[in-house]
Design a protein around this ligand. Structure first.
Ligand code: CAA
Length: 296
């Protein structure tokens, strides 16, 4: 089954990592240009080239269990494969939580081998989001603790409500972060601040998160999603291949020696010259008009 956006509802797609269980729950509808696909613990809709995935386990403050993580993997895979989706937003349902972490009730009695599998699933999913060939934004609408902060850090940008709270409180329950927190937090805010946050397990509010560079923008709660969508639509109208190259160069250049990173950037920049959008962008500039990008 395929929508005009090319969103498919596959039963099992091993090549693309799809999990049949969650898709047996999935259904698809289309109304007034909004395309929805329903999962058990996620809401998924696409409008104007912007996909919005909403974590939706309100009883557990959107905590991530295995089932929800598999659904996130499937939804992110759809976003990766559908060229009509230009930008991804992740957010949480309700007014209280983005994601209150990995599901503690599921983790409580895990043995190390099972814990490792739980962490591997989460990390595979977050790495998929981090390396999507299109931009992603976390719209953090409340508690983003533990795995919640980690999911937000796998996105390219974090927009927060004034009510948002971030933190890696795993130490308070005898753990450390397991979905990349020790790695991504130190890259985003520096090692000293990351160690303080992870070792003390304290929460920070949106203002503090903004001050340390964890958050890009802050909005009143009722404006968070509309403003994030507005920003995402703007990104969706930009030259898609150039966005992909910018992300690739930043992601993969970050850990390289400077000379190698600059070489990577040059190659990515040079590749943009193979696109119609580059020709159109420069032509429009010289003709003093707005460019019309086609994504090719
Ligand atoms: N896992 C499972 N259930 C959770 C949860 C979680 N991470 N966070 C909240 N819940 C559940 C609560 O158990 C509670 O359920 P019941 O109503 O059935 O009792 C419900 O959500 C509401 O939560 P609270 O009553 O605790 O709400 P509150 O307003 O008093 O507190 C909170 C909100 C500060 C977010 C608090 O719920 C909290 O501290 N949650 C846990 C945060 C946490 O430690 N996250 C890290 C998890 S470990 C991790 O993520 C590992 C990793 O890196 C992968």
């Amino acid at each position: 089954m395929a929508s005009s956006l090319g969103i498919r509802c596959p039963k099992v797609d091993e090549k693309n990592n799809m999990h049949s269980e969650s898709f047996s729950e999935a259904s698809e509808e289309s109304e007034k240009g909004v395309h929805r696909m329903e999962f058990k613990n996620l809401l998924f809709e696409v409008e104007d080239g912007v996909a919005t995935i909403t974590f939706n386990r309100p009883k557990a403050l959107n905590a991530m269990n295995t089932e929800t993580m598999k659904e996130l993997m499937d939804a992110a895979t759809l976003c990766k494969n559908d060229d009509a989706i230009k930008v991804l937003i992740l957010t949480g349902s309700g007014e209280k939580a983005f994601v209150a972490g990995a599901d503690i009730s599921e983790m409580q009695n895990l043995r190390p081998k099972e814990a490792l599998a739980f962490m591997e699933l989460g990390n595979e999913t977050l790495r998929l989001i981090e390396t999507l060939p299109k931009p992603s934004i976390a719209a953090v609408n409340g508690f983003a603790l533990g795995g919640g902060t980690e999911i937000s850090m796998a996105c390219d940008m974090r927009f927060a409500s004034e009510t948002a709270r971030f933190g890696q409180p795993e130490i308070l329950i005898g753990l450390i972060p397991g979905w990349g927190g020790t790695q991504r937090l130190s890259r985003l805010v520096g090692m000293g601040r990351a160690k303080e946050l992870i070792m003390c397990g304290e929460q920070v509010d949106a203002k503090r998160a903004y001050d340390v560079g964890l958050v890009n923008r802050i909005f009143p709660l009722d404006q968070l999603l509309p403003e994030t969508k507005k920003f995402a639509r703007k990104l969706a109208g930009m030259p898609g291949f150039a966005l992909k190259m910018a992300k690739h160069s930043i992601n993969y250049g970050y850990d390289l020696a400077l000379d190698n990173g600059i070489r990577l950037e040059m190659e990515c920049c040079a590749q943009c010259f193979s696109t119609d959008d580059q020709k159109e962008g420069m032509k429009a500039f010289l003709e003093k008009r707005k460019p019309v990008y086609t994504g090719s």
